[in-house]
Design a protein. Structure first.
Length: 329
């Protein structure tokens, strides 16, 4: 099956990039890939970086923006028993989501959970893969441990709060407005700290009787690195998934030594399909039942039609959003 489709093209990559709808050839699935008729694509900060020319897609990936989709299966590779034509799915992809059709490795595809709107399902893959692999695989989050989630009102943050609460953890979060803090607490955070008015280190230490938290998920970086080390409990783990305030900082590492801390940083996009597949299997086995039970749900800030991709990016760049922003196709 082949033909033309609408997709978003980045014109003038850089700080003044423009997103326009163009007609391009429909992608042809390679071995081990499904073809999906896209109903929605999830926005991620990486999309904005890529449009500015700062985050090229991995070798061999589609140059079209977008790393998560939902929709219906159009074609399946021979020998695939797990999915069939017409199935409602969502998928993590290395690129290509801002389009009417997208290919996805079978290993990175998930069924849309019963009771979840197929459009809203586009909000699930990137956030859940990211949260699971960083908190469970990298930070080795153990039962009963406490967690601090920075950017609690973001797509990643709203997902992380709900998942950790559903698994029985005490969760603290940071956000930049009273409204965003209230949203975090409505999702189950024990306390949401307004970083514009309060010092999150002092707030966390006060809330934990001076102990600190066991694990911190951070996408801020910069001066947060040193502050995070101060907010961690003995044997605590800090995991960074981005450095929005910068990847360089002057840090006092003495707390790492004294408290036997671990500091790690990971990305998801460039990992092998096998590694992503293992994360997908864990998410399907451990998180999908929580979604079906209603204990974890996609938090949607808003949806924009494909032709308004620029406005969707502006919404994300403003940081006014709470939850995920989606493009509908």
């Amino acid at each position: 099956m082949s033909g033309m489709m609408r997709a978003i093209e980045v014109e003038n990559p850089g700080p003044d990039y423009r997103l326009t709808v163009v007609e391009v050839a429909q992608p042809a699935p390679r071995d081990g890939e499904l073809l999906i008729r896209v109903r929605a694509a999830g926005l991620n900060r990486a999309d904005l970086l890529q449009a500015r020319g700062l985050y090229p897609p991995p070798q061999g990936a589609s140059p079209i923006l977008g790393m998560e989709v939902s929709g219906e299966v159009v074609e399946v590779p021979s020998g695939t028993k797990e999915f069939g034509a017409g199935d409602r799915v969502c998928a993590l992809v290395a690129g290509g989501a801002y389009a009417e059709f997208c290919t996805a490795p079978v290993r990175c595809v998930l069924p849309v959970p019963p009771g979840t709107d197929v459009v809203h399902a586009a909000a699930l893959p990137e956030a859940l893969f990211t949260v699971w692999t960083n908190l469970m695989d990298s930070a080795r989050l153990q039962p009963g441990e406490s967690v601090l989630i920075h950017g609690g009102s973001s797509g990643i943050g709203t997902t992380a709060i709900q998942l950790c609460v559903a698994l029985g953890h005490t969760v603290y979060a940071t956000a930049g407005t009273p409204e965003k803090c209230a949203a975090c607490e409505n999702l189950g955070a024990a306390s949401a700290i307004n970083y514009m008015s309060d010092d999150f280190v002092e707030a966390v230490l006060q809330a934990t009787g001076g102990r600190g938290v066991d694990v911190i998920l951070d996408m801020v970086g910069g001066d947060y690195i040193g502050r995070n080390l101060r907010a961690l409990a003995s044997r605590g783990r800090l995991v960074n998934i981005a450095f929005q305030k910068g990847a360089t900082a002057e840090v006092n590492f003495a707390p790492m030594l004294l408290k036997r801390l671990s500091f790690m940083a990971t990305t998801l996009r460039g990992r092998s399909e096998d590694e992503k597949g293992r994360i997908r299997d864990a998410v399907l086995g451990r998180v999908w039942p929580l979604i079906e039970e209603g204990r974890v749900r996609p938090v949607i800030d808003g949806t924009f039609p494909l032709a308004q991709a620029q406005a969707a990016h502006q919404r994300m760049a403003s940081s006014a959003h709470i939850g995920k922003i989606l493009l509908t196709i």
